[in-house]
Design a protein around this ligand. Structure first.
Ligand code: 6LW
Length: 496
């Protein structure tokens, strides 16, 4: 049954969701860009409660993430099941290109990745009844001398075991005329082949449109009701809805998972968590899908505790361009994480940074940090140009606001010994000028006489709308120099 869909379905930066059902089990995968492990795989029995079971990318060589600029990396996986095998088609943007991964068990391990020679993004995989495999993708050219040119939706028959194209790609559909036709998914239903795409760009105009054909390779005819989903020009609390993937429930119902943004702040709205996964009900009328608008459900709450006494990092952690295991040494000092600085700070795309996704509007991330032999601390990161930090070292605690290359700092003498550093986010609910922003980000530490707040910064500069990155906020730990020793981390969040 799908009556109780929960929204957000997967909170915190989880964009470009793709879903497949095998028997009673639903599996979901999302984009991860420059973070590792890449492409989380989640499991559900009811489309409502999702549990992460593993990741497609657990070994650095599977993607070229170590070398891609911010914004590159794992884009828009399609998760499918065919002939007893799970398949993920994904773009390693500005890295290895279009890749196919397979696994017997969706929890992993996944294969090393087979390269498919197509120039585009958002690959979809579909098989017809003869076993012919169709790779359908968005012809956004990321290579060659026309980087960024967008030529609609294309398709090519491939041998999925070798990645070899079996023909010259054909143009399939260019959508209804909105910008950036992308995120194609192809399905067979009721004697038709349906092509579901995103259009309008991933910003406020984001939409889902659909076309159908009697054949998987077209010609496709658009629905008279297109776009079948869009939050554009509404004040709905979930904006940017698009990039949908359909799934049929065992009882014959239908649902769509999609990306959206929870915006806060009067008039314009800003989205601290970036693009998250949402879901909604779908019905069929006159041979076309009718997609319900996306509604927010009861406010969520959640917490995370890590005493750092395991031998391997908890699956919640994501690392910047490296796996958490490469960034956190949990064995040299049992019960502690040791981060080793490399002389780079958070302005560097390859900073030593490991964190968890901020998943709630109101949140607090805190860590007990000892920087007697180093420099580092806690931070909320959007990208290397947009981050707020609390840094300990050389006898001082420094709060830093870094926005679009402009920085300001506030400092105080550090207490002796390990110090609890924190970053808090507080949604703005006032009426008036202050309500233009999403939230206030508070930076500080616990001193001997209690809480010391060094700065309270406007949160809108760390949102999808201003940072323009494809990810969302990640709250975490970083090291600049020497050894930064962390003894326990807490995250508490709720939406209100
Ligand atoms: C993704 C494209 C998009 O490949 O953004 O929202 C790109 N849509 O479909 C990165 O997520």
């Amino acid at each position: 049954m799908t009556t109780d869909l929960r929204n957000p379905t997967v909170a915190g930066f989880h964009p470009d969701p793709s879903v497949v059902r095998v028997g009673e089990d639903y599996w979901l995968a999302c984009s991860t860009f420059e973070y590792l492990p890449g492409i989380p795989v989640l499991h559900s029995r009811d489309l409502t409660t999702w549990t992460r079971v593993g990741h497609v990318v657990t070994r650095p060589d599977q993607l070229a993430v170590a070398h891609v600029p911010t914004g590159g990396g794992a884009w828009a996986p399609t998760l499918r099941h065919h002939d007893g095998l799970f398949w993920v088609a994904v773009t390693d943007a500005l890295g290895r290109g279009t890749l196919l991964f397979t696994a017997q068990d969706p929890a992993g391990p996944w294969s090393d990745g087979t390269v498919v020679e197509v120039d585009g993004i958002d690959p979809d995989l579909a098989w017809d009844e003869d076993g012919t495999c169709y790779l359908t993708y968005s012809a956004l050219r990321l290579t060659g001398d026309r980087v960024g040119a967008h030529d609609g939706i294309e398709q090519v028959r491939i041998d999925p075991t070798t990645g070899r194209a079996l023909e010259t790609p054909r143009s399939l559909w260019s959508g209804t005329g909105l910008m950036f036709p992308e995120a194609p998914h192809l399905y067979r239903h009721d004697g038709w082949w349906y092509l579901v795409i995103a259009e309008g760009g991933t910003e406020r105009g984001h939409s889902v449109s659909v076309a159908r054909s009697t054949r998987p390779d077209g010609p496709f005819e658009g629905a008279p009701t297109n776009p079948v989903l869009s939050a554009r020009s509404t004040s709905r609390p979930v904006q940017n809805t698009g990039h949908g993937d359909l799934v049929q429930t065992p009882d014959g119902g239908w649902a769509m998972v999609l990306l959206g943004m929870r915006t806060r702040g009067a008039t314009r709205g800003f989205s601290p968590m970036g693009r998250e996964t949402f879901s909604t009900h779908v019905s069929w009328q006159d041979g076309w899908p009718v997609v319900d608008p996306v509604e927010l459900t009861a406010p969520g709450a959640g917490s995370f505790r890590d005493d750092l006494d395991g031998a391997v990092p908890d699956g919640e952690w994501i690392g910047l361009r490296r796996t958490p295991a490469e960034l956190m040494d949990l064995t040299t000092r049992p019960g502690h994480a040791l981060l080793r600085g490399e002389g780079t700070d958070l302005d560097d795309p390859r900073a030593v940074f490991v964190g968890i996704r901020q998943a709630h509007h109101r949140s607090r991330f805190a860590a007990q940090v000892d920087a007697a032999d180093g420099l580092g601390g806690v931070a909320v990161r959007y990208d290397e140009l947009h981050h707020y930090d609390v840094e300990l070292g050389r006898g001082t605690v420094v709060a830093r606001g870094r926005v679009a290359g402009i920085a300001q700092t506030w400092s105080a003498p550090a207490p002796d010994g390990p110090v609890t550093l924190w970053v808090e986010t507080e949604p703005v609910t006032d009426v008036g000028f202050a309500s233009m922003t999403s939230d206030v980000v508070r930076l500080g530490f616990d001193g001997p006489d209690g809480r010391v707040e060094l700065a309270a910064l406007d949160g809108r500069y760390l949102t999808a709308e201003t940072a323009a990155s494809f990810t969302g906020r990640v709250v975490g730990l970083y090291a600049v120099e020497g050894e930064v020793v962390v003894d326990g981390v807490t995250y508490d969040g709720r939406d209100d």
